[in-house]
Design a protein around this ligand. Structure first.
Ligand code: UD1
Length: 421
């Protein structure tokens, strides 16, 4: 896998329509939530074919959940669980496996998994997850890199105030709270659309949840959950990626199966840069960019509804060839500028000082041999390569395959010269 490369010859104008897949960051907590359903099957539609989703399905299978895939639909049956342990190899494969903790604990009263550790974005602490679950009555032993969790008296709802609106911690508390005794209130919770999607899924399963999408969520615990049919929301970061692919090539694209309302923090900036973007029909976004774009105004990553950290690298790739100087401030993750060195190998002019990156727009980039440093950093290299003069060879594709289904087919179909070797 690591020997694979994307070979992109830049300079082709993209034109046509790209159908979006379901959101990775929504599918993962929803697959974890299926563990809570003690009767009936869950039918998850629009479940993307991604390596991270496969990892989540392997975790569910290891717990005894029967999983099968039919096209973009995944069907799970968690009526008889056989284990409360997430294999270490699977924890290592995907850091966000921690989102299984709340669900396994709530369903079985126990959970054992290894500490997720750091990742390519820097340290990824889970103190907020653990502190919240302890407040709900979980006993958690942390030793030798393992987390051994139990709740001898069951989980009990309580009022939890997060010091930061962590997406993963909010999800874990929701998963634990939905089957806990009494009422769980989460203050300063995450407001990302994926939280709404998870709440929608849990409500369809019989959960009682109010306030998802606001900064206070209230959950009234129920005794059992039953399976349901659910459609995963569109992947908003994949939408941003394809919009930037269109913009960087001066192209004209329609992204279908999208929700424009989820990405206004990004499209607002792209419009100011000179892109013409509008939504139409039920779920389509149209973009054209006829002239050289202006540098973005200062881009600060923030929790939703602010500018998403996952779109930072991708918009930065677009800014490398815009007119003027763009400033990026990364407020969410410590180590999220590793793509900068690779963009500079392609001729970009970017200086990083702490959490600030200063991008001096250049007339053009040139093709180069580059490596994806993480999922969105890899996507940024694809955006850059599409407009670079000559050929780029992008390695580290296992990062890109974590979050993009059929990226090369999608781009080739709208006119890109791209192949995987
Ligand atoms: C999720 C997304 C990820 C996105 C991120 C922020 C998934 C699978 N991943 O990750 O793509 O970039 O939201 O939008 O949905 N933190 C702590 N202690 C904790 C938890 C988090 O200090 O217990 C810090 C993190 O180090 C980070 C910040 O809070 O600096 C945000 O993290 P969080 O919102 O939890 O992100 P994830 O859920 O891991």
């Amino acid at each position: 896998m690591d020997k694979q490369r994307l070979i992109i010859k830049g300079g082709r104008r993209l034109e046509g329509e790209i159908a979006l897949h379901g959101a990775k960051n929504s599918a993962l907590p929803i697959l974890s939530a299926t563990v809570l359903c003690s009767s009936s099957e869950c039918v998850i539609n629009n479940c993307p074919r991604l390596s991270d989703v496969d990892a989540a399905l392997r975790i569910a299978s290891a717990l005894g959940v029967k999983c099968r895939r039919e096209g973009s639909t995944v069907i799970t049956d968690a009526s008889s669980l056989t284990s409360y342990e997430v294999p270490t190899s699977l924890m290592r494969e995907m850091r966000s496996s921690i989102v299984f903790l709340g669900a396994i604990l709530a369903r079985t009263g126990r959970c054992r998994l290894s500490f997720p550790g750091g990742c390519e974005l820097g340290p990824r602490p889970i103190d907020l997850h653990l502190s919240a679950l302890r407040q709900m009555g979980a006993v958690i032993n942390e030793e030798y890199g393992y987390l051994d969790c139990s709740c001898p008296k069951g989980l009990t709802g309580t009022e939890i105030t997060l010091s930061f609106p962590s997406v993963g911690a909010t999800e874990n508390i929701m998963l634990a709270g939905v089957l806990a005794k009494g009422t769980t209130i989460i203050r300063n919770c995450a407001r990302e659309p994926e939280i709404n999607d998870l709440a929608g899924f849990l409500i369809s399963c019989g959960g009682k949840i109010k306030g998802a999408g606001s900064d206070v969520i209230e959950i009234e615990g129920v005794k059992t959950l039953t399976g349901c049919v659910h459609r995963v929301m569109p992947d908003r970061i994949a939408a941003v990626t394809y919009l930037c692919c269109g913009a960087v090539t001066g192209g004209e694209l329609i992204i279908s199966g999208a929700d424009a309302g989820h990405i206004t923090a990004v499209t607002g900036i792209m419009k100011n840069m000179g892109c013409n973007i509008y939504s139409f029909g039920r779920d389509k976004i149209y973009i054209t960019a006829h002239r050289r774009l202006n540098a973005p105004s200062t881009v600060r990553t923030m929790p939703y509804p602010g500018f998403p950290t996952d779109a930072q690298a991708i918009l930065m790739a677009l800014s490398t060839v815009s007119r003027g100087t763009g400033i990026f401030v990364e407020n969410i993750f410590e180590n999220r500028y590793r793509h900068v060195g690779e963009l500079c190998r392609m001729g970009a002019s970017i200086r990083v000082e702490g959490k600030v990156a200063i991008v001096e727009g250049t007339d053009s980039l040139c093709g180069a041999d580059v490596m994806s440093t993480d999922l969105r950093g890899g996507a940024a290299l694809v955006v850059a390569a599409l407009c670079a003069n000559g050929e780029s060879r992008i390695g580290g594709l296992h990062h890109i395959d974590r979050g993009y289904e059929n990226i090369e087919q999608n781009l080739r179909q709208v006119g890109a010269d791209i192949k995987r070797i």
